[in-house]
Ligand binder design. Structure first.
Ligand code: GDP
Ligand code: ZN
Length: 380
């Protein structure tokens, strides 16, 4: 519980959102040479492996974002579908009229992609149907977005949680559990890395004494240009707006357990059909675990993917000295620090630290920056 703290709303001036840096990095216009020297604590080859792997993932994501959603040529006898569920190497592929159970063609390989899983929930795939009536995934079509997390046992790789969703709905509650802004900031990074549009939902507003309390805190995100929904399943506040944002789109839902994700989805669409899939991973002690992923179809179209229990999203392609790119209000001041490679954590004459002291940068955002910075490997 110690990390979950409520940050007192602090006064701050309006901050102009400047994403130009971040956009340049994401577009690949800023190359390795433009970035500060990495600390050499690893043998060079190991470090280069990590860089190569990161660039491979970036290129892959970028290439996929740029890939038109053009309809692929489908060889005779193959069909196109969407993977809606995975359980122990059996893929449930929705072909529109029916759901086909499939295996994956052995020649499909994830080894070149930087990901541990070859096929992910949300993937668009081409399948062939064998004589016995079961299918084989022959090809995975280019992904438009990827929501991934680091792979615990294979630091060179990440695991795709869900592919091809366009929005990330970040659900936080005002109380029970209390608002945890650092987690919101982490999810915002995951959304940016995966090219998903972030939506912030502050639920359980009925538990606040007055509206002003949560609005003041959330103003930080409003100023940064994020879309915010204030909701309560008790009073019904914000449910219609949320629904309007979810239908006809595909959305991954993240947030601490207990914040009200399932309640909200049920309120958005009463009686919606739950489909449960699995994502395998490892818990802290090295035991193999599976996490349930639920795909929910919205009426008339769109779907929602709930990802219960998955907290460690993102921080896949971002390295320590690039973290600031995810904090535009901090990045905006970087040029005014004494040292050009200032990490804004401890250096003298740091313009960022000075701005935090004068309440010009929200203290919660700076705290998130520090905590996340410290949690990232130095060589990364
Ligand atoms: P999830 O773990 O994120 O899916 O959370 P749940 O939907 O299971 O909700 C956890 C608890 O919070 C349940 O007891 C809900 O009834 C309650 N809850 C959900 N939304 C609200 C809300 O807006 N206000 C209040 N007071 N309680 C809520
Ligand atoms: Zn600085």
């Amino acid at each position: 519980m110690s990390k979950r703290k409520k940050i007192k709303p602090n006064r701050k001036p309006k901050i102009v959102r400047d994403q130009s840096w971040k956009q340049r990095v994401l577009r690949g216009e800023v190359r390795e040479v433009d970035l500060p020297e990495m600390e050499r604590i690893l043998p060079r080859s190991r470090e280069e492996d990590l860089i190569r792997r990161r660039m491979r993932i970036e290129q892959e994501i970028q290439g996929q974002v740029e890939a038109q959603i053009e309809e692929p040529e489908i060889p005779a006898g193959w069909q196109q579908g969407t993977v809606i569920q995975i359980s122990t190497s059996i893929y449930h592929v929705d072909l529109g009229q029916e759901v086909l159970l499939c295996g994956a063609r052995g020649s499909l390989t994830a080894s070149e992609t930087g990901y541990t899983n070859v096929v992910a929930v949300g993937d668009r795939v081409l399948v062939s149907v064998g004589k016995a009536g079961h299918g084989v995934i022959e090809r995975v079509l280019p992904r438009q977005t990827i929501l991934a997390r680091p792979d615990v046992f294979n630091e060179d790789k990440s695991q795709i949680i869900v592919a091809n969703v366009n929005q990330l709905l970040i659900v936080a509650s005002w109380e029970e559990p209390p608002l945890w802004l650092e987690l919101v900031d982490r999810y915002l990074i995951a959304a940016a890395e995966g090219h998903l549009t972030p939506l912030i939902c502050l639920n359980k507003t009925d538990l606040a004494e007055q509206e002003q309390d949560y609005q003041e805190v959330m103003e930080i995100y409003q100023d940064l240009g994020y879309q915010i929904f204030y909701t309560s399943i008790v009073t019904g506040q914000g449910i219609a707006e949320l629904r309007a944002q979810l239908i006809n789109r595909s959305t991954a839902v993240v947030g601490l357990s207990g914040t009200g994700k399932s309640s909200l989805l049920m309120a958005v669409q009463p009686g919606l059909e739950l489909r449960v899939g699995e994502v395998s991973g490892y818990d802290g002690t090295g035991r193999h675990t599976t996490t349930q992923i639920s795909l929910l179809r919205l009426d008339p179209s769109g779907y929602v993917v709930d990802t219960p229990g998955i907290r460690e999203l993102g921080l896949i392609t971002t390295r320590r000295h690039e973290l600031v790119l995810h904090f535009p209000e901090i990045a905006a001041l970087s040029g005014q620090c004494r040292f050009s490679n200032c990490s804004h954590t401890h250096e003298p004459d740091c313009a960022v630290i000075a701005a935090v002291e004068k309440n010009k940068i929200p203290v919660s955002r700076y705290e998130s920056y520090l905590i996340i910075y410290e949690s990232m490997p130095e060589y990364y």
